[in-house]
Design a protein around this ligand. Structure first.
Ligand code: FUL
Length: 484
């Protein structure tokens, strides 16, 4: 009997080892110099996100809160000379912000703890240019703390934007001195405010006094974050999350998370991007032609940052210019629906509240999305479909359903692979094309004309190896009637 048990254990061990054998590359890989194109495709198909990037991707919908001295001056970019006394919200209530965000389905709020003007929204030791010298709460207030507590209370994640460009700091442009100050600020924020899930810093780098050029110490900056808050993804000039390349809410039709573009905070990789002719705005970040020339690849997924209003900061004259529901729905399809996370900016006003018009609109968006995606018209739930290029599969549609939206998801824990796919519907006795797309990634949404298809057929036309289609859904999205 013992013998059989031992045999059983060894067989199970052997088969489970065989199952986990596939090599994956977390976040980064270097192609061997002599690797064939086939080998390179095989390797990049096994490039995967790390745990924190995966958690970040699953949030889908996140909020930006641009708030600071500009809220009170009407500027978009303050010059660092505005009097801190101008900062005086009359009814600041971070719980109102977070409750509205939570009710509308947002999973994280990112606050501009410091924008380019250098004004700090927390009780910092690093500068006098902060809430400490404002009349708000007699200089004792701390917006970072209030927002952090509200996020805790309502159960959403919290992130910070700490602008590297600082138009107030005297040391700006004296690189070592300013880097020290920046790291001090980062350390305060990452030490005193509990868990932080995203650190956002753009690459804006203006001139310091007398035309001095600031060289940021990205290596030390990233190390500080990893040491203090390892779960925080670093965005834009970080190396976890990539800027989509525009501020209008538009993800690429072909959006690769397993990409050839190196993060901007890797100065030693600049040459790789130059050799491939790549920057954040490039249309193609993952074609086979690029893979052929590339030396390295990165899991570097896209984040779409866009404001609900024309400006990033609140301006009362924009109260009637809040984006329409249909525009926001388009943005959702072009961001979350194109393998990206949406970072939608909703700027608090001079009272220190999210304006009624913005709150109403994000709630409408959430109602619309809930309604659209609550009924999946496929007649069965499907398990992961492992598909080779060229393979098709048919799926039955619930009787008499009208559909116009398809959702596809790859299991990105195995990599992002699909390069091209086709969706057809069977009605009036024949197959007709409903939609055709390129990448899928974490999530792809495609809209098509209303259809009464009885079944649909998906074909994986091309893929970096075997595709893992984890989820499929078929929905009906109502037309939006609105005057605006
Ligand atoms: C940009 C900034 O210059 C804008 O003011 C805004 O904060 C946007 C999100 O990032 O780089």
């Amino acid at each position: 009997m013992k013998k059989y048990i031992l045999l059983f254990i060894s067989i199970s061990l052997f088969t489970s080892c065989a199952r986990v054998k596939e090599t994956t590359y977390e976040k980064h890989l270097v192609f061997p110099s002599q690797a064939s194109q086939e080998k390179k495709i095989e390797m990049i198909s096994h490039l995967v996100p790390n745990k924190w990037q995966l958690d970040w991707q699953k949030m889908e919908l996140t909020a930006f809160l641009h708030f600071g001295i500009n809220t009170f001056t009407g500027n978009e970019w303050g010059d660092g000379k505005d009097d801190p006394k101008l900062f005086n919200p009359t009814q600041l209530n971070c719980e109102q912000w977070v409750k509205a965000l939570k009710d509308a389905g947002f999973k994280m709020a990112i606050l501009t703890a410091k924008h380019h003007d250098g004004f700090c929204l927390w009780q910092t030791q690093s500068t006098e240019y902060s809430v400490k010298n404002s009349p708000w709460k007699n200089g004792k207030g701390d917006v970072v703390r209030e927002l952090r507590d509200a996020c805790e209370k309502y159960g959403i994640k919290f992130g910070i934007y700490l602008s590297p460009w600082d138009r107030n700091a005297k040391t700006y442009g004296d690189s070592p001195a300013y880097n020290k100050l920046y790291i001090q600020q980062l350390t305060e924020l990452l030490t005193n405010y509990g868990e932080i899930h995203e650190v956002w810093f753009d690459g804006a780098c203006g001139e310091g006094e007398n035309g001095r050029k600031q060289e940021y110490d990205w290596k030390a900056i990233l190390k500080t974050i990893r040491d203090l808050q390892p779960q925080a993804v670093t965005a834009i000039m970080g190396d976890d999350v990539r800027w989509v390349g525009n501020e209008s809410g538009l993800g690429r039709e072909t959006e690769w998370s397993a990409t050839l573009i190196a993060p901007g905070s890797y100065p030693d990789k600049k040459e790789n991007n130059a050799q491939l002719g790549l920057n954040e705005m490039s249309k193609d970040l993952g074609s086979r032609a690029l893979i052929e020339k590339a030396k390295e690849a990165y899991w570097y997924p896209s984040e779409v940052d866009v404001s609900i209003r024309p400006g990033w900061f609140y301006h009362s004259e924009e109260d009637e210019k809040v984006r329409s529901l249909s525009n926001l729905v388009d943005i959702y399809y072009q961001s979350v629906g194109r393998n990206s996370v949406l970072l939608l900016n909703i700027p608090p006003d001079t009272r220190g509240l999210l304006h009624e018009n913005d709150v109403k609109r994000i709630k409408e968006l959430s109602n619309y999305l809930s309604k659209t995606f609550s009924t999946n018209y496929l007649s069965k739930n499907h398990k992961t479909w492992k598909a080779q290029a060229g393979e098709s599969k048919e799926f039955l549609v619930k009787k008499d359903a009208t559909v116009n939206t398809i959702l596809l998801q790859e299991d990105i824990t195995k990599g992002q692979r699909v390069e091209e796919f086709l969706v057809e519907g069977f009605f009036n006795g024949k197959w007709q094309t409903l939609s055709q797309g390129t990448t899928i990634g974490y999530k792809r949404l495609m809209r098509f004309e209303d259809s009464k298809a009885e079944k649909i057929r998906i074909t994986i036309l091309s893929s970096r190896g075997e595709a893992n289609i984890k989820n499929l859904g078929l929905y009906y999205a109502e037309k939006i009637e609105e005057k605006q």
